[in-house]
Write a protein that binds this ligand. Structure first.
Ligand SMILES: NC(=O)c1ccc[n+]([C@@H]2O[C@H](COP(=O)([O-])OP(=O)(O)OC[C@H]3O[C@@H](n4cnc5c(N)ncnc54)[C@H](OP(=O)(O)O)[C@@H]3O)[C@@H](O)[C@H]2O)c1
Length: 245
C-alpha cells in the first residue's frame, strides 16, 4: 500500500512536531524561527548545550537526543531537520588531521545518519510517513578548500544518504530532501569570508551577495510542508548561482 506523507505529515494528532538540530544560532535558528510560525506546529530545538542538549561529536548523542525529543513530543515526531554541522579547517600537514577528519564525519554525517535511522524506524513502527530535510552544502558537489576535505566529503555523503533514504522508503510515505546552501551569512560564513578576502569571493557569486539564513529557512519550510511527495530525493541549491549543476 502506498502511504502518502501529507503536507506537514500530521500523524501525531493535531500538532506537527519537528526536530531541528543545531538551532541555537545561524541557519538553524532561522529554520526554527520560520517553522515556529507555522500553525499547529511544535519545534523542538537542539544544540550542544541548549534546547535538547547533546554534543553530536559523542557517539551516543544521537540516540539520547532522539529519545529526549520523543519524550518531549509525547511519542511522535513528524519531521527531522538535520542542520547541526561544523566547518573546521584542517591543513594537510596538521598533526591532528585524522582526528579532525573523524570529528567532522561524526558531527556532520554519522550523527545525521543515526538520527535519520531512528526517524525511519520510528515512522515504520508507527506505520506513518514522515519527512527528513538534511542541510548539506554546495561543497557536496563543488568540493571545498584544501583544508576542508572532510567537510566536503561529509556533505557529499549526506546527499548520497538522502537519496538512498528517498529511494528506500518512498513507498512508505517517508520522504527525504537535501538543501545545499552556498555561503550563508552566519558566524561560520563571516569567518570564512574574512579569511578568504571577502569581496573577491563575492565576485564568484552572480547574485552579488551571500545567501541569508532566512532564504535557507524558507527552502526548508517548503520541504517540511508543501513540497509534493514526488519531489522526494530532490536536492535544492541555495547559492546565488555560484555553482550551477
Ligand atoms: N553558513 C554557511 O555558509 C553554510 C554553507 C553551506 C552549508 N552550511 C551548513 O548549514 C548548517 C548550519 O550552518 P551555520 O552556518 O548556521 O553554522 P553555525 O552558525 O556555526 O551553527 C552551527 C549549529 O550546529 C550546532 N553544533 C555544532 N557542533 C555541534 C555538536 N558537536 N553537537 C551539537 N550541535 C552542534 C551549533 O550548536 P552550538 O551553538 O551548541 O555550538 C549550532 O547550533 C551546517 O550543517 C553547515 O554545514 C552552512
Amino acid at each position: 500500500m502506498l502511504v502518502d506523507a501529507p503536507a506537514a505529515a500530521r500523524h501525531g494528532g493535531d500538532m506537527t512536531t519537528i526536530l531541528v538540530t543545531g538551532s541555537s544560532r545561524g541557519i538553524g535558528a532561522a529554520i526554527a524561527s520560520t517553522l515556529g510560525e507555522l500553525p499547529d506546529t511544535r519545534v523542538l530545538g537542539h544544540a550542544t548545550r541548549s534546547g535538547i542538549a547533546a554534543d553530536l561529536s559523542q557517539a551516543d548523542a544521537p540516540a539520547r537526543l532522539w529519545a529526549e525529543a520523543l519524550e518531549q513530543a509525547g511519542g511522535a515526531i513528524d519531521v527531522l531537520v538535520n542542520n547541526a554541522g561544523i566547518f573546521e579547517a584542517s591543513p594537510l600537514d596538521a598533526d591532528d588531521w585524522s582526528d579532525s577528519w573523524a570529528r567532522t564525519m561524526q558531527v556532520n554525517l554519522t550523527a545525521s545518519a543515526e538520527l535519520c535511522r531512528l526517524a525511519v524506524l520510528h515512522w515504520q513502527a508507527r506505520g506513518v510517513g514522515g519527512r527528513i530535510v538534511n542541510i548539506a552544502s554546495r561543497a557536496a558537489y563543488r568540493g571545498d578548500s584544501p583544508a576542508h576535505w572532510h567537510y566536503a566529503a561529509s556533505k557529499g555523503g549526506m546527499v548520497a544518504m538522502t537519496k538512498t533514504i528517498a529511494r528506500g522508503y518512498a513507498a512508505q510515505g517517508i520522504l527525504a530532501f537535501a538543501v545545499c546552501p552556498g555561503f550563508t551569512m552566519t558566524g561560520m560564513a563571516d569567518d570564512y569570508l574574512a579569511s578568504r578576502g571577502g569581496d573577491k569571493l563575492l565576485a564568484d557569486i552572480p547574485l552579488g551577495r551571500v545567501a541569508s539564513p532566512e532564504e535557507v529557512a524558507a527552502t526548508v519550510r517548503f520541504l517540511c510542508t508543501d513540497a509534493p511527495p514526488s519531489m522526494t530525493g530532490a536536492v535544492l541549491d541555495v547559492n546565488g548561482a555560484s555553482y550551477v549543476r
